[in-house]
Design a binder for this molecule. Structure first.
Ligand code: CA
Length: 231
């Protein structure tokens, strides 16, 4: 069973001790680096399929490392960080990381994030187009026809609501920051219109979620952004 190579860049031994066997049991080959420079060297010499990166490294700011990796590599990067560091998470995602894991995290969460990031990268690499129909238990989005069906009934979305939903569908399973959504859906000048985004998310939940107050699909990633859940 060979599912790929993971590069773990993390100085905390307990985290590495948890990550390595967890990833190996899923069939991954694991490379480890304790320092940022070492991580950069391994990334360029071994071309891993995915990188798990701690933001607090002894020799380098993890954010700086994300930026340096992104100068030449499109390898998916998942940030590993402590709870309460929302600013760092956002900066990491905006610098080009794909997702994040908040310590402490469990194996299920780790593997789900890794699978989503790999699947996303694979699709980009193959130049494959998005499947035109996205379906969950409760709703269906036909991206080709621009038709949204909720529990069997077609619902009307405003153009902005539809564009927001389509953006989340294209990033299904991954976290997206408020800024990323605003800039890509409403244009580069709107990166800080957070209140605006909140209203559209609220409206979309009313139309799609069974219980809009406890959303099952369009979930808030506290202080960071949103994630369209697919599990
Ligand atoms: Ca650390």
């Amino acid at each position: 069973m060979d599912t790929g190579t993971v590069l773990v860049i993390e100085d905390e031994l307990p985290i590495r001790r948890f990550l390595k066997p967890s990833l190996q049991s899923e069939g991954f080959k694991v490379l480890e680096a304790v320092k940022g420079e070492e991580g950069l060297a391994l990334a360029s010499s071994h071309n891993p399929d995915i990188i798990l990166l701690d933001l607090g490294l002894p020799d380098m700011d993890g954010l700086e490392l994300v930026k340096r990796l992104r100068e030449w590599a499109s390898t998916p990067i998942i940030i590993i960080t402590a709870r309460g560091k929302e600013k760092d998470k956002i900066a990491g995602l905006d610098a080009g990381a794909d997702d994040y894991l908040t310590k402490p995290f469990d194996v299920g969460e780790l593997m789900a994030r890794v699978r989503v990031a790999l699947r996303h990268a694979e699709r980009v690499k193959l130049g494959a187009k998005q499947d035109p129909v996205f379906e969950t238990q409760d709703f269906k989005v036909d991206l080709a026809a621009r038709v949204v069906t909720v529990r069997g009934k077609e619902v009307h979305l405003t153009p902005n609501e539809y564009d927001l939903l389509a953006f989340l569908v294209r990033h299904a399973g991954k976290v997206v920051t408020q800024k990323q959504i605003l800039q890509e859906v409403w244009g580069p000048a709107n990166g800080d219109q957070v209140q605006y985004l909140r209203i559209y998310v609220y409206q979309l939940r009313q139309k799609i979620e069974t219980d809009p107050d406890r959303p099952r699909y369009i979930v808030t990633e506290s202080g960071v952004g949103y994630r369209l859940k697919i599990e």
